[in-house]
Design a protein around this ligand. Structure first.
Ligand code: IMP
Ligand code: MG
Length: 182
């Protein structure tokens, strides 16, 4: 599939569209239906998006969840400007809301080494969440990942992906599809 003109930036071009816009849209609808069936209004669902990568996925997902819910975000940083995870996870922003007794759905763009989730899921449990589930749009399925991800949009190839929120050094987040840089 040929990248859109938007996929061109300076001398860099996205190489290959891996998940086209229509396929993402269809899959987000399926995830939203499953999530809507998994909670009750009494769970007081808090959908917590990991910025910045999840911003488009969050926006599309919550609009299709048919339950009362609250939305907030976490900012964690693990990558810097490289394409290989540093393994170190820094928390730059976290919500001030009381998680006591609530169901938290952590929304992640892509699970790579799993380091981000391995740090954040126990932290949310310690803060009193009754239940913490993870919904990731993409999962590279590396064997070392020890965190259970309840909902996965797509299994991802083990190459560097951009678009639909995912960046490379802040470029390409706005693309409506997901493409590979390699
Ligand atoms: P992990 O902690 O190694 O699982 O990495 C998770 C974070 O790294 C994700 O939230 C992304 O922001 C970033 N990341 C991992 N793989 C990719 C990729 O292929 N493209 C863009 N960002 C990625
Ligand atoms: Mg990133």
């Amino acid at each position: 599939m040929t990248p859109e003109p938007d996929g061109r930036l300076g001398d860099r071009v996205v190489e290959r569209v891996v998940f086209p816009e229509a396929e993402i849209d269809r899959r987000v609808g399926e995830l939203a239906r499953e999530i809507s069936a998994a909670y009750r209004p009494s769970d007081r669902l808090l959908v917590l998006g990991l910025l910045k990568g999840s911003f488009l996925f969050m926006a599309d997902l919550v609009r299709r969840i048919t339950l009362p819910l609250h939305v907030d975000f976490l900012v964690a940083s693990s990558y810097g400007a490289g394409t290989v995870s540093s393994g170190e996870v820094r928390l730059l922003y976290e919500p001030r809301v009381d998680l006591g007794g609530r169901a938290v759905l952590l929304v992640e763009d892509i699970v790579d080494s799993g380091a981000t989730l391995e740090r954040l899921v126990p932290m949310l449990r310690e803060r009193g969440a009754a239940r913490v589930d993870v919904c990731a749009l993409l999962h590279k399925r590396l064997p070392s990942v020890g965190v259970a991800v309840r909902w996965v949009g797509f299994d991802a190839p083990n190459s560097f992906l951009v678009g639909y929120g995912l960046d490379h050094a802040e470029d390409f987040r706005h693309l409506p599809y997901i493409a590979s840089l390699e």
